[in-house]
Design a protein around this ligand. Structure first.
Ligand SMILES: C[S@@+](CC[C@H](N)C(=O)[O-])C[C@H]1O[C@@H](n2cnc3c(N)ncnc32)[C@H](O)[C@@H]1O
Length: 237
């Protein structure tokens, strides 16, 4: 492993806002902060998750736009998380945490109704492995265990495959199979910057204009950015 990566890993250990659980703390176990994230932040503000956060551009960017919300970025790659964590430290933001873990363990970290919003930015399309996609039915079932009724699931992607799969397959299949639970579409555009962005209010335009590392790369290659937003509905709640 490169020296630079090792240095970043060592610095992550010093950040109190970077949480790096051991496998045994989450594998068939509840992490000690499950159900206690508001205590960890020291307020009752809504908690927003950025999944596959990479360098955490959305967690940091949204934390500045919404000081009255808390943000948690999750990713397995420590060197990427380091970039966001360092920015959080430099900016003195108190409403951001990062968890270095597999998103597959999401239910070990968060309790029922603990999460208000989920953002998935430029996740790998996982061609040929649909179950591994972060919007597959497998993951949707994990999300509904933590997402509040009325909570949001937002996806920004360059990938036609992931966009089509989410919109045409996994969400409709999930909605069909569920009794009294559904993800209802709020926004859908396959050309966010060409036609979609003007339809959002000013704050949301600012949010959608945050560019992640991968987004910047895809834009430079001329790819069109897609955006999907769903609201989680649960009857009798
Ligand atoms: C294409 S990158 C996008 C990163 C960032 N969102 C961006 O737009 O720059 C995908 C990220 O997802 C993370 N990832 C993919 N599947 C994951 C999983 N199951 N658990 C944790 N991280 C995952 C990878 O480590 C990687 O950082």
């Amino acid at each position: 492993m490169g020296k630079n990566k090792l240095k970043k890993f060592a610095q992550n250990e010093t950040f109190t806002h970077v949480i790096q659980p051991k496998n045994e703390e989450v594998l068939n176990a509840d992490f000690h902060l499950k159900g206690k994230w508001n205590e960890e932040f020291g307020n009752d503000n809504p908690i927003v998750l950025e999944l596959a956060c990479g360098k955490g551009e959305y967690s940091v960017g949204m934390a500045e736009i919404y000081p009255d919300k808390n943000f948690i970025g999750m990713d397995i790659k420590g060197a990427r998380i380091f970039s966001g964590a360092k920015e959080v430290q430099e900016k003195g933001l108190t409403n951001v945490r990062f968890i270095r873990t597999k998103i597959d363990f999401i239910n070990s970290f968060f309790a029922k109704n603990e999460i208000s919003e989920i953002w998935i930015l430029f996740a790998d399309p996982q061609i040929g492995k649909p179950r591994k996609r972060l919007t597959s039915e497998l993951f949707l079932h994990r999300y509904i265990k933590v997402l509040k009724p009325g909570g949001l699931l937002n996806l920004k992607s360059d990938s036609d495959d992931l966009y089509d799969f989410t919109k045409e397959e996994s969400i409709p299949e999930f909605n069909k199979s569920q009794n009294g639970m559904s993800f209802n579409m709020r926004d859908d555009t396959d050309q966010l910057y060409e036609v979609g962005i003007k339809s959002f209010d000013e704050t949301m335009q600012k949010v959608l204009n945050i560019r992640t590392f991968y987004e910047q790369m895809w834009l430079e290659q001329g790819k069109k950015i897609k955006f999907l937003s769903y609201q989680f509905k649960k009857e009798n709640s």
